[in-house]
Each structure stands twice: as structure tokens, then as C-alpha cells.
Design a protein around this ligand. Sequence first.
Ligand SMILES: Nc1ncnc2c1ncn2[C@@H]1O[C@H](COP(=O)(O)OP(=O)(O)OP(=O)(O)O)[C@@H](O)[C@H]1O
Length: 305
Amino acid sequence: MNAVVALDAVSKNYGPVAALESVSLDLVAGETVALAGHNGAGKTTLMKLALGLARPSSGTIRVFGQDPAGRHGARARRRVGFLPESAAFHGAMTGLELLAFYARLKRARVEPLEELLERVGLDHAANRRVGTYSKGMRQRLALAQALIGEPGLLLLDEPTSGLDPDSRMQVYDTIDRLRAEGSTILISTHALAEIESHADRVALLHRGKLLAAGELQALRRKAALPSRITLVVRPCHTERVLSALTVRAEVRARSEERLVLAVPHADKIAALRDIAGLGEAVTDIEITEPGLEALYHSLTREDGR
Ligand SMILES: Nc1ncnc2c1ncn2[C@@H]1O[C@H](COP(=O)(O)OP(=O)(O)OP(=O)(O)O)[C@@H](O)[C@H]1O
């Protein structure tokens, strides 16, 4: 399958700082990949390389088969929509005027702009001055700006940064809709816990290195992190529950009526069978699989950092 974005052993140095170290990563048409990592991991640098705003120190990057910073990069760059980490707009213009301005800059068609505002849930505010928009509305306007010209690739740099939970949800709703329509999207984020359900694959960056890339389920299996089982037990039954377990289980927390266990993924079903056999000694159960944050911690520990 042809990659929309293909990085092959890409390194980028800023003087002594290695912002990216030999990163190889492909993004194929129709998939949403979360580029996840903490501050300074190299996420924005990777986006800048994909936009042709910077060149790799070594290795190659191709966007739609072209070097985006090369002689023929303009054709590829025109097919990319970009949401920068902090977008600033002129407050005196209306949402619609602003999109028309950006459409002219991009030499894109101006007619479907109302439709774009509708897609990001801003049609009701099309003729309001941007200065009266909330931060969440401005971010959705920035997303609409990135969608001008029906780009084949969307690069979203920290799209939910600094937003309250409601606004974050609205941005994710828009991203989910674009994803369902088959857009190709690269989202950079340090909000590891919340990105999980909004991407097909995750690429974990840490201090310029790609720690892992793949579907979350597969990464979880590979990291073999334990599942967390929380049990509510009848008073004074915790010991009985523990002695009934035939699998390795680490007790993470314990009180008279509550047990929190860490159980290896491979032993989870056997543990549940043991617990089911206890009848009414256990009154409630909750199973939590390790999230992206736990995975990231485990991989950075392995990496010795
Ligand atoms: N123009 C530059 N000159 C010098 N160092 C830079 C430059 N741009 C980035 N860096 C450094 O490269 C590293 C990666 O930065 P980058 O902005 O790509 O990370 P990030 O993952 O996007 O971080 P954040 O989440 O904080 O935006 C950091 O150590 C940063 O200080």
C-alpha cells in the first residue's frame, strides 16, 4: 500500500539537540495515527518536516511520494491541511470572512466554506466576529481552516491543547467524523489518556526516539502489562478470595471490603474463573486494561530514561 507520509530513518538536530533520532514511520491513506509523547518529544519537529518547513539532518521524508521541502514539494504541500499548535486569528473578522481569506491564500474554491463551518459545528456563528468566539470555537475554526481545499492529509498539532473538557469533546467529535469519512490524519498530542479511542494506531515518541508504533491492543500485548482487577468483597472475605486464586496476582491495594489486583494479561480469564467460583463472597468487579499512559511509562523505563 502506498504511504501518504513515509519517514525513513529521519533524524533532525538543532545544534546539539537531537529533536528526532532515526525515526521510521509510515502513514497510509485512510488511517488516523496519534503521534503521542510528552513535551519536547519531537512531535512538532516531525510535523514541520512533513510540511516542508524544515529538512531532515539525515534520512528521508516523503509526502505523497515527494520531498515536501524539495523542488517539487509544492504539489504535495498543497494537499496537506495543517492545524498549528497555537492558531491566532484576527478578532475583527467573522468566521466566514476568515475562512474566505485563508481560501484565497490557499487558492482554493471559496463556495463550500459554509459547509466547512457546518462540519466543525460553527455554522450558527458564521457571521459573528471571531473576537467573540470562545477558545473552543476558535480551535474548531482553526480545524475548518485546515480542511480548506479538501486536503488528502491532515496534520493536527495538539488540537485539544488548553481546551476545557466540553471543547475537547467537540474537537474529538469532529476528528471522529473526519476519521469515519476516511480522512488521513496525523494528530500530535501529549494527552495520552484521551487520544486512545480516536486513532487507529499510535506512534509513541520519547526524546526524539520512536519507542513503538502500532494498534493499541497489539502494543499492550507486546508490553505484557498486567490487567487491573478491582473487587468489592463481603466484609472479612479478602483472605478467602486471595487463597482461591490459582494465578499470579499482585495485591495493589487492600481494605476490608476491597481488593485491587494486578494480574498478568495471560492469566486474566483464569483469575475471573477463580473469582466466579467464589459465589457471593465477591459482590462487584471492575477490570481496567492498561492505557497509553501506562504503556508509555513502561516503554520509557525499558528505554532507560
Ligand atoms: N528551532 C529550534 N531550535 C532549537 N531547538 C529546538 C527547535 N525546535 C525544537 N527544538 C528542540 O527539539 C526538541 C523537540 O521539540 P518539539 O517542539 O519537536 O517537541 P514536541 O514534542 O512538539 O514538544 P511540545 O509538546 O512541548 O510542543 C526539544 O528539545 C526542543 O527544545
